[in-house]
Design a protein around this ligand. Structure first.
Ligand SMILES: *[C@@H]1O[C@H](CO)[C@@H](O)[C@H](O)[C@H]1NC(C)=O
Ligand SMILES: *[C@@H]1O[C@H](CO)[C@@H](O)[C@H](O)[C@H]1NC(C)=O
Ligand SMILES: *[C@@H]1O[C@H](CO)[C@@H](O)[C@H](O)[C@H]1NC(C)=O
Ligand SMILES: *[C@@H]1O[C@H](CO)[C@@H](O)[C@H](O)[C@H]1NC(C)=O
Ligand SMILES: *[C@@H]1O[C@H](CO)[C@@H](O)[C@H](O)[C@H]1NC(C)=O
Length: 366
């Protein structure tokens, strides 16, 4: 008798749970802890934000390798974040700014090419992306309560992974402003990092508990920087990258690693992972053959020896051409990495071996 009553009760509870689940839209991304990504950043992870937000035509040859059309991504194909989505069996992320049938069931992308940390409040600085996120969350919950489907619910926002990949534009602008000297840039780095601290703090206040923070790449290995800044061989490191650029990047990264540690000690119930993208990208430039690449300092889309970067004929502008085999190039247009390079970087960093603490990407939902 007792057993029957118990099982009847369980049955009712299951039905109740199921109803609750359905009414909240939880079935999409709630109790099952389906992976969800919320991304903030710049061109490294822009899946169409700058195109949707500014209308700047980023068409072919961008996209030639994979999408076969301009998606707004700067590169010949998929970005690191696209490979993450494939790894997690998610759709590619729709940009927040996409007004034409976006699909936010896999998450949302606030990244916009050219985005900086400072100045604040300019489109589309990190602080603006964070405010867009607050609006997005508020509006999603409001619409769900009115019966909309396929949106992220409270549980989804809580279990989502918040990714941040930004800083390179601030560092480069500061370098240009200082005639490529280390000191003045180093002075600005704490103010850049403060913006990332504020972003994590705000997302945390709005329920985020999982963070994945990319450091910045070896800016001094970019064909564009090598082409635009006349240099002597003593300005280059043993691999052939500009020393000052990389010193600035490493200084930013050291600060970011320490910031991540501090944030971990403040937000004890959060997982905050610092990801050393720099080391992976640097090893591509240092040992290109090991990964099937050639001429690490020559872009694939552009013009002119030896870096194949010419500000008068940048990728897509009159006079450019494309190298014969894109998959042998690390860098696409002088700045952004090729799909082939992004694939290597994504595979390595999602494994967790470049993370502090060591943390596999998929482990966030296990
Ligand atoms: C969005 O993507 C999900 C997962 O692929 C799919 O189930 C859903 O139907 C899509 N929604 C719309 C409105 O296309
Ligand atoms: C969304 O914002 C409105 C107006 O600021 C506020 O009244 C409401 O409580 C917010 N809703 C949620 C779910 O945060
Ligand atoms: C910038 O630095 C270069 C190389 O150190 C130097 O030749 C040049 O005069 C500097 N330019 C300015 C405007 O200070
Ligand atoms: C780019 O164009 C400008 C103006 O036409 C010219 O002065 C400059 O020499 C060109 N630079 C290169 C690298 O061709
Ligand atoms: C392009 O390069 C890749 C990697 O080295 C190689 O596997 C492929 O066969 C090359 N394709 C062509 C058309 O040469």
């Amino acid at each position: 008798m007792m057993e029957i009553r118990m099982s009847a009760m369980w049955c009712w509870m299951s039905i109740l749970l199921l109803l609750l689940t359905l009414s909240n839209g939880v079935e999409v991304n709630g109790r099952q802890k389906r992976p969800l990504l919320v991304n903030l950043g710049d061109s490294n992870s822009d899946t169409g934000g700058v195109l949707a937000g500014t209308g700047l035509p980023i068409g072919l040859p961008n996209g030639i390798t994979f999408f076969h059309r301009g998606t707004g991504r700067l590169g010949d194909g998929r970005l690191i974040i696209d490979f993450f989505c494939e790894h997690l069996k998610l759709n590619y992320l729709s940009p927040y700014l996409d007004s034409l049938s976006p699909n936010f069931t896999s998450g949302v992308n606030f990244a916009v090419s050219g985005a900086t940390l400072l100045p604040k409040f300019v489109p589309f600085a990190l602080s603006v992306q964070v405010r867009q996120f607050i609006h997005f969350k508020n509006r999603s919950l409001e619409l769900l309560s009115l019966g909309s489907r396929d949106l992220i619910n409270e549980e989804g926002f809580r279990s989502a992974l918040y990714m941040i990949d930004i800083g390179q534009n601030d560092l480069l602008l500061a370098l240009y402003a200082s005639n490529i000297t280390y000191g003045p840039v180093a002075q600005k780095i704490p103010s850049f990092l403060e913006e990332i601290r504020l972003a994590v703090q705000t997302v945390y206040q709005y329920g985020g508990r999982k963070f994945w923070i990319h450091n910045t790449g070896p800016l001094g290995c970019q064909p564009k920087e090598l082409a635009l800044h006349p240099h002597k061989s003593s300005d280059l490191d043993r691999v052939g990258c500009l020393r000052v650029h990389n010193r600035v990047a490493k200084s930013f990264n050291k600060g970011l690693r320490i910031l991540s540690e501090n944030l971990r000690s403040v937000f004890k119930d959060a997982v905050i992972v610092y990801v050393d993208v720099y080391s992976v990208k640097y090893s591509l430039s240092a040992n290109p053959e090991k990964y099937g690449f050639k001429n690490p300092f020559a872009a694939c889309c552009g013009r002119g020896a030896p870096y194949f970067y010419d500000r008068n004929a940048t990728c897509g502008q009159p006079g450019y051409s494309i190298c014969s085999n894109v998959s042998q190039s690390i860098v696409w247009d002088g700045v952004h990495y090729t799909e082939a390079a992004n694939r290597v970087v994504a595979t390595r960093i999602q494994s967790g071996q470049y993370s502090t603490p060591k943390f596999k990407l998929e482990k966030f939902w296990n």
